[in-house]
Structure formats: structure tokens, C-alpha cells
Design a binder for this molecule. Structure first.
Ligand code: TYD
Length: 214
């Protein structure tokens, strides 16, 4: 495989409510960029390290009752491990890093969804990541009805939340995007997968300054 001479690191995150299709798009981007010779690392949140995957299983197990603050801190603990042990080293090598969810999920779910203090949530986001901000965030915006129809049958702890919770989370994501227009690009995720991917490719090619039209 010919490696691209490009050595500028780039950190791209994928966000949206459950069922928005972000994981599918992250995988398509991973395959596309790898095919083009880029060195790409892909992670998911919560998870992607030994410890973070253990935290993930605690967080998503629907048998667990977890208080709001504990939940917030567990997501941050998982993130701190992933950022320090995996994301930063990959970026230091000059690689592209794709992450399926990052701290915007905490702002949207724990901040807007659970109603925790937004300032405190943002402070913890910064502490957990030591200030590592994505270069680009793709927000897959979708209405709740379509998102629910796309979800797996078996629900995890978060997916078992009420509709009104996800309405708040979606609004939260939209508000975060309005506040950070340069970093966060909103994609219409109600479209068929191929069309969503065309939009995604356009945004990423602009960011990486490459032609990915073919
Ligand atoms: P996800 O990996 O999207 O779930 P799935 O494997 O079912 O596609 O995310 C796990 C869940 O955790 C999801 O419901 C969103 C939630 N979450 C938060 O509430 N806060 C966070 O900070 C993160 C990263 C995820």
C-alpha cells in the first residue's frame, strides 16, 4: 500500500442520537481513507481500551441503576483513558483519528438530556481530554421517529430512555452545533446511507484538502 506523504494529524468525531447512523458512516470513512493510503485509527466511545470497554459494559448494561453524576464521571473516566492512551499517541504519529462519539455526546446526553449543569459538564470534558478538541465533528441530525425505526431490537440502558429524553439530547446537539459552526458540521441523516456518505465525503475532503469525489 502506498502511504500518503501527508503527515498532518486530524481528529474527526462522529456524533448524533442513537440510531442516527454515525457508526456506519464512521466505518465507511475509515475504509475510504485507508483505501486512499492514509493511516487511520478508529475508536468508539465509551470504549476502545481495556479499561474503557469495562466501563462501557457497566454503563450500557440495562440491569444497572446508575445515578446521573456517577454516569457522567464514568463516561469521563472512559474518555480520559482513551484520549491519553490511544488518541493522543495516534495524532502524535501524524495519523487521522476517527472517533465514534466524543465529549459532545456528554454535553448532549448528560448535560442537555439529564439536565446536569452544562458548565460543570464542559469543565469535566476539558479535564478528561486535557483540552483535546476535535478538528472536525460531524453531527448526524435525524428526527426521533426515523432514528427509533433504525435501532436494534435489543435496547441497552441508554436506549431504554424515554422519547422526551432523546428530544432533549437532539436539541442539545443542535445547540452545540450552532455554537461551534466552524468545528461542527451538521449532516441530514434522514437520507439514504449513500447520500449521507456523499455529504460526509464532501465535508472531509474540504477539511483534508483532498479530492475524494471518485
Ligand atoms: P453507542 O456506541 O452509540 O451505542 P451503540 O453501540 O448502541 O450504537 O453509545 C453508547 C451510548 O452511550 C449511547 O446511548 C450514547 C451514550 N453516551 C452518553 O450518554 N454520554 C457519552 O459521553 C457518550 C460517549 C455516550
Amino acid at each position: 500500500m502506498i502511504k500518503s506523504s501527508r503527515s498532518k494529524p486530524c481528529f474527526i468525531t462522529f456524533e448524533g442520537i442513537d440510531g442516527c447512523g454515525k457508526s456506519t458512516q464512521a466505518l465507511l470513512v475509515y475504509r475510504d481513507l485507508t483505501k486512499r493510503g492514509f493511516s487511520v485509527a478508529m475508536f468508539r466511545e465509551p470504549g476502545s481500551t481495556n479499561l474503557s470497554e469495562k466501563i462501557r459494559s457497566i454503563l450500557l448494561n440495562e440491569k444497572n441503576t446508575i445515578s446521573d453524576i456517577t454516569e457522567l464521571l464514568l463516561y469521563q473516566a472512559a474518555r480520559s483513558e482513551l484520549t491519553a492512551r490511544e488518541i493522543r499517541p495516534e495524532l502524535a504519529k501524524g495519523n487521522i483519528v476517527l472517533c465514534d462519539r466524543y465529549y459532545d455526546s456528554t454535553t448532549a446526553y448528560q448535560g442537555y438530556g439529564r439536565g446536569l449543569d452544562l458548565k460543570a459538564v464542559r469543565t469535566l470534558n476539558r479535564i478528561a481530554t486535557k483540552g483535546l478538541t476535535p478538528d472536525l465533528t460531524l453531527l448526524f441530525d435525524i428526527d426521533l421517529k426515523t432514528a427509533i425505526s433504525r435501532r436494534k431490537k435489543k435496547k441497552d440502558r441508554l436506549e431504554s430512555e424515554s422519547k422526551s429524553f432523546f428530544v432533549k439530547v437532539r436539541k442539545g446537539f443542535q445547540e452545540i452545533a450552532r455554537k461551534e459552526r466552524r468545528r461542527i458540521k451538521v449532516v441530514d441523516a434522514t437520507q439514504p446511507v449513500e447520500n449521507v456518505f456523499l455529504d460526509v465525503k464532501k465535508i472531509i475532503s474540504r477539511k483534508l484538502k483532498i479530492d475524494v469525489s471518485s
